[in-house]
Ligand binder design. Structure first.
Ligand code: PRP
Ligand code: URA
Length: 209
């Protein structure tokens, strides 16, 4: 069963409060989403493998640990996932970035795929899927299925805010995928929005409503 981690660091909680506030405008919203993504990257990479190397300081020779093992890829689910990419790249600058375009049909709430461009060597990389919102879970579950079809094996999902309904859907479809959230909210409303949530993440990031 996948591991679910809620990262309740005070800085993340503080920034999430302003992200949720309907009076926060697009500029601040974008900056805050990027900052929270950067803070979450710290926790999500906690178990990366390290190896010992020998270096020479100005004083003496010593052994230090550096990252080893597989390379990484960050895969945002378009559009709103784009808001988390730069924050993640600040801490993982060598990662490659793939893009998966999905939108939720407003009537059926089912995800519709419209774009997929991934690094050629995606099967050799540890993949971090990013999307600010996990609501019904349809978009994330489909994006992960698509990644697996392209050969990705080690996948984790990072979202700012999730609903219990979506967590269950992803866990059932992909029990091998660990998930990281800034918050796990109460529930979905009749329109499939997270309550209390933050509204429509894509529209708030890009000012489209
Ligand atoms: C939002 C969000 C997720 C999806 C979550 O995207 O960014 O991708 O909804 O909902 P789900 O868990 O019920 O699938 P949306 O479809 O609004 O597209 P956008 O990012 O282009 O605005
Ligand atoms: N997508 C969003 O952007 N917000 C929600 O609350 C649910 C899905």
């Amino acid at each position: 069963m996948s591991k679910v981690t809620q990262i309740s660091h005070p800085l993340i909680l503080h920034k999430l409060a302003f992200i949720r506030d309907k009076n926060t405008g697009a500029k601040d919203f974008r900056e805050l989403v990027e900052e929270v993504a950067m803070l979450m990257a710290y926790e999500v990479t906690r178990d990366l493998q390290t190896e010992e190397i020998e270096i020479e300081t100005p004083i003496c020779v010593t052994k230090c640990k550096v990252l080893s093992g597989k390379k990484m890829a960050i895969v945002p689910i378009l559009r709103a996932g784009l808001g988390m990419v730069d924050g993640m790249l600040k801490l993982i600058p060598a990662a490659k970035v793939g893009h998966i375009g999905l939108y939720r049909d407003e009537e059926t709430l089912q995800p519709v795929e419209y774009f997929c461009k991934l690094p050629q060597d995606i099967s050799e990389r540890d993949v971090i899927v990013v999307d600010p919102m996990l609501a019904t879970g349809g978009s994330a579950a489909d994006a992960i299925t698509l990644l697996k079809k392209r050969g990705a094996k080690n996948i984790r999902l990072v979202c700012l805010i999730s609903a219990p309904e979506g967590i269950k859907v992803v866990q059932e479809a992909h029990p091998d995928v660990d998930m990281y959230f800034g918050a796990i909210d109460e529930r979905l409303n009749e329109q499939g929005y997270i309550v209390p949530g933050l509204g429509d993440a894509g529209d708030r990031l890009f000012g489209t409503k």
